[in-house]
Unconditional design. Structure first.
Length: 164
């Protein structure tokens, strides 16, 4: 089954949300500000896409701290455990790869791999994971480490995004 999708504007660039069977399976964005948002989706999923857009808009406005969306990211059991640990990191806080590794009985490098494979960034907040020295390391989304820093700044009350 092909996923339905909706694309809409965001401060990071056009965000596309994909869903199957009433649950979000993927979220990604383009760093191309000139890309025109378009919407293509299965009409039965319109309420889900509307809720996702409302919650992402509220997140970017700094008024939403916890997402309440049905998620179904595809991944191995290990990746699922890591993503659950990421989802539990509170808004505005960070954890190290080592802390997530300890929580999932793993090693930091494997946690980094699972973070890089996260299909639903922002909602599953892999941007909240830093190196043990507090430095920003990779971010698999379109804007890389720059977008990771923007999201962390937003959550710290120092928005560097063009919020509107």
């Amino acid at each position: 089954m092909h996923p339905a999708q909706a694309t809409f504007a965001s401060p990071l660039g056009p965000i596309t949300v994909q869903a199957v069977d009433g649950a979000i399976i993927r979220l990604y964005w383009s760093s191309k500000a000139s890309a025109s948002p378009e919407k293509r989706c299965d009409h039965s999923l319109e309420p889900l896409f509307g809720k996702a857009r409302e919650q992402l808009d509220a997140y970017f406005a700094g008024t939403l701290r916890d997402f309440d969306l049905p998620l179904a990211p595809a991944g191995s059991r290990f990746q699922q455990r890591v993503w659950e640990a990421l989802y539990a990191i509170p808004y505005g806080q960070t954890r190290s790869y080592g802390e997530i590794a300890a929580a999932t009985s793993s090693v930091a490098r494997a946690v980094g791999g699972a973070c890089g494979a996260n299909p639903i960034p922002i909602v599953i907040p892999c941007h909240r994971v830093l190196a043990s020295n507090g430095k920003l390391t990779g971010f698999s989304a379109a804007g890389g480490v720059r977008d990771k820093q923007l999201l962390l700044d937003l959550e710290a009350g120092r928005p560097g995004l063009p919020l509107g």
